[in-house]
Structure formats: structure tokens, C-alpha cells
Design a protein around this ligand. Structure first.
Ligand code: PMP
Length: 447
């Protein structure tokens, strides 16, 4: 008999009980510095005791509004009751066998869901892994094996992870790469589309990227072109319309495997189940993680059957990949994206946030652009009157929000972008409350 534990509902209201961080968080920070590696840093200096929906409650009793979702993970809300129940039931049944040793239905069932949800109606296969970086690594392995080619083309401003191969694929040196080389070979970087900064149409930006790849690598050597449909850590940069379709057409003609890294953009986050759908692009392989698992660690590669099945038996896998507890969580989370139409919820968040923040942008010259799709939204900050990135302003805005109990993250190649990734289940009242705080932090930058 399985006992299912329902999480305590957490009132969806911001509440400050102490200054932030409070005394218990400060005590934990002191313990931490004695035992946790200094290379692991945290945005929010408070320690979380529990969470629900879009509220994080810390060890001092502060209730913070979560506009980060643990970096786009808890899109269905923190500790969504359906996820908690599925995890509890699965833990009681069995926690692990290793799918490569003795398989189980949950893995198969999740691959069925991924085949149905990801773009395109072609026959698909999936492999389940533990993280976004591992998903990207496996997509590259599969593309190389299927094409017999070595080279991998990635975009400027890209972020693909922290493993050796994905560090090589990631653009920004500090903090991701500095001192960690030598890096994997055969990775080639081409310019992205960054409408605010390059002023190019999507077609022009694609032509520039393709020309660079053809001149510096040669299309017949390229196994994979790996793209984030919206640049994530690179600054929530939405490419100009036409950029992705032009790259996809070139890849198709040249026999290059198009890999969409939907690790951050996937699962309803951008107002469609996958961000590629906004431009009708059907990738050959999709790298998935974050939102897939409702908070449990899981990643996947889903793609064309003939590419996926080009890999010999035993060539893909890992001890924990597709762990049954993570699969149970993902089955519950993916059911919620569909049942509650969370893509529509993301579009409603977009309308609410863009309306507010574009009005602020009109008054605050430090705001160069308010952009994004669905519940993946950002404000790029510059020195007024220029396009010079202003990292200090982004840090000041994030700090002011944290002090008032609203968690926002920063990103961008120059660290000058404030990004919003609220859980898609955030209530309109809580979102408005958080936006009041963000608006005053932005207005404090000066008119
Ligand atoms: N790709 C993208 C687009 C990401 O945003 C991230 C994580 N921020 C990764 C890959 C790496 O995922 P993970 O941290 O789970 O390895």
C-alpha cells in the first residue's frame, strides 16, 4: 500500500519576516563557506526551507516571489501536488534498477510522450539522461555517428553546459571556461542573430552565419548545427524572424543534423510547447532537460528514428539516465503542461509583463530593450544613450528586487540582462506584486 504525501499549500503572497538574508541564512552561509567549494556560487543568499507554486519560503520565514523557477525548471510550480504524489508513489515502488540492466515501463512511457509532444510527425526515438549538458553531449554523439562527420557548428552567445564538450560549445569564457581547458576539438562558432545589436534581418543574419560556416569549416564536414531557438544564458535574445528557418533549410540541404537545444526554452516556457514551433522549424534532434522533470533531474534527446537508431547498441546510456523517480515526475509534469494548457498561461504572462515593462522602458533610458517570448522575458540594460552593456545596473536591479523579496536572475554575454522565468502557474496577483517591485528597481536607474 502506497501512502501519498500531499504538500502543505503555501499561501501565494510575498512576506518579509526579517531583512534579507535573515540570521538563520547568515549562519548557514558561514557553515557553507567552511565546506562547500568556492566555485559554486548562489544568486540568492537565503536558504530555502520549503516552496510551493511561485513562493520560496526561507529558513527565517521570509516568503519570496520566485521569478527564476530554479532556472526554468519548476515551470509547473514548486512541489506541484501531482509531481509530489507521482514521486512519492514511485519511490515506494522502486527507486532504481538502471534501465540498461533491468528496464521498466516509466522510461518507455515518457519516450512515448516525448515522441508525441516534440515538433514533427516523423518516427522518433529518445534516450533519457540526467541533465541538459548530458542531453547536448548525446545529441552531438548521435549526429556524429549518424553522419560520419566530425565538425559541430554553434552560435555566438551560446550556452550549452559545463562538461568538457559543452564548455567548448559555450561562448562565454568567464565564468564558464576560464582556466578549464583544453577543450574538445572540432567546435566552430558562427555569428548569431541579435536584432538589438546587429540590426540585421533574420535572412541576413542567417546568410552571415552560413557563409562563416562554409568558409571556415565546409558544409560537407559538419555533423551538427546546434542552436538555442532563443539564446538563454546569452541574454534571452530572440532571433530576427526568418533566422532559424533559413538555418534549418541550409542544414537540410547540406545533410547537417539540426539540433535544437530546448533545454531552457522547452515545455511551454515560451508560449508554445517548444520554441522552434514559433517559426515552424522541425529540428532533427531536440535536447531537453529542466522543465521536463517538474524539479527532478532529467534530460533527454528526442529525434528522427533513423538518426537515433544509427548508434550501435550500448553506445548511449548511463547508470542513472531515465531514473524511475525522475520519469514519474516527468510523466506528471508533462501531463500538467497539457492538461492545464501552460503554454497559454505563458502567453498570458508575456502579455502582462511586456505591457508593464515596455511602459517603464519608455521612461528609463538605461533600458535598451524589453524582449522575450511567453514566460522567458528580459530587460537589457545599457549606459543611457549608448548600446554599451551595463552590468552594474543589472546587478543593482537584481539586488533591489532580492532585498524586497523578489528573486530575479541576470544573464547575458555582458551580464547586463535581467531575466524573468516565473513558474507558469504564478497567480496574476503575485506577478503584479513582483512587477511592482521590479518596476521601482528599474525606475531607480533614473529617467
Ligand atoms: N543548454 C541550455 C540552453 C541551458 O540553458 C542549460 C542550462 N542553463 C544547459 C544546456 C545545461 O543544462 P544543465 O545545467 O542541466 O546541464
Amino acid at each position: 500500500m502506497t501512502t501519498v504525501f500531499a504538500p502543505m499549500p503555501l499561501t501565494q503572497e510575498r512576506r518579509l519576516a526579517t531583512t534579507i538574508p535573515g540570521p538563520r541564512s547568515l549562519a548557514l552561509a558561514a557553515r557553507r563557506s567552511a565546506v562547500v567549494a568556492a566555485g559554486v556560487s548562489s544568486t540568492l543568499p537565503v536558504y530555502i526551507a520549503r516552496a510551493g507554486g511561485a513562493i520560496l519560503e526561507d529558513v527565517d520565514g521570509n516568503r519570496l516571489v520566485d521569478l527564476g523557477s530554479g532556472i526554468a525548471v519548476t515551470s509547473v510550480g514548486a512541489s506541484a501536488p501531482e509531481v509530489v504524489a507521482a514521486v512519492a508513489a514511485q519511490v515506494a515502488d522502486f527507486t532504481h534498477t538502471c534501465f540498461m540492466v533491468s528496464p521498466y515501463e516509466e522510461y518507455v512511457q515518457l519516450c512515448e510522450v516525448l515522441a508525441r509532444l516534440t515538433p514533427g510527425t516523423h518516427a522518433k526515438r529518445s534516450v533519457l539522461v540526467n541533465s541538459g549538458a548530458e542531453a547536448v553531449e548525446n545529441a552531438v554523439k548521435i549526429a556524429r555517428r549518424a553522419t560520419g562527420r566530425d565538425a559541430v557548428v554553434v552560435l555566438d552567445h551560446a550556452y550549452h553546459g559545463r562538461t568538457n564538450l559543452t564548455m567548448a560549445m559555450t561562448a562565454r569564457a568567464m565564468p564558464y571556461k576560464t582556466g578549464f581547458g583544453p577543450f574538445a576539438g572540432e567546435i566552430y562558432r558562427v555569428p548569431a542573430s541579435y536584432p538589438l545589436r546587429d540590426g540585421l534581418t533574420g535572412e541576413q543574419a542567417a546568410a552571415r552565419a552560413i557563409d562563416t560556416a562554409q568558409r571556415q569549416v565546409g558544409a560537407d564536414r559538419i555533423a551538427a548545427l546546434v542552436v538555442e531557438p532563443i539564446l538563454g544564458e546569452g541574454g534571452f535574445v530572440v532571433p530576427a524572424p526568418g533566422f532559424l528557418p533559413a538555418l534549418a533549410a541550409w542544414a537540410r540541404e547540406a545533410g547537417i543534423v539540426l539540433v535544437a537545444d530546448e533545454v531552457q526554452t522547452g515545455f511551454a516556457r515560451t508560449g508554445a510547447m517548444f520554441a522552434c514551433e514559433h517559426e515552424g522549424v522541425v529540428p532533427d534532434l531536440v535536447a531537453l532537460a529542466k522543465g521536463i522533470g517538474g524539479g527532478l533531474p532529467l534530460g533527454a534527446v528526442t529525434g528522427r528514428a533513423e538518426l537515433m537508431d544509427a548508434v550501435h547498441a550500448g553506445g548511449l546510456g548511463g547508470t542513472y539516465g531515465g531514473n524511475p523517480v525522475a520519469c514519474a515526475a516527468a510523466l506528471a509534469a508533462t501531463a500538467l503542461y497539457e492538461r492545464d494548457d501552460l503554454a497559454a498561461a505563458a502567453r498570458a504572462i508575456e502579455a502582462r509583463v511586456l505591457g508593464r515593462l515596455r511602459a517603464v522602458a519608455a521612461d528609463v533610458p538605461a533600458v535598451a530593450e524589453v524582449r522575450g517570448r511567453g514566460a522567458m522575458l528580459a530587460v537589457e540594460l545599457v549606459r543611457p544613450g549608448t548600446l554599451e552593456p551595463d552590468k552594474d545596473s543589472a546587478a543593482a536591479v537584481a539586488r533591489a528586487c532580492l532585498a524586497a523579496g523578489v528573486l530575479v536572475l541576470t544573464c547575458g554575454t555582458w551580464g547586463n540582462v535581467v531575466r524573468l522565468l516565473p513558474p507558469l502557474v504564478i497567480t496574476p496577483e503575485l506577478l503584479d506584486d513582483a512587477l511592482d517591485v521590479l518596476e521601482s528597481a528599474l525606475r531607480a536607474l533614473g529617467a
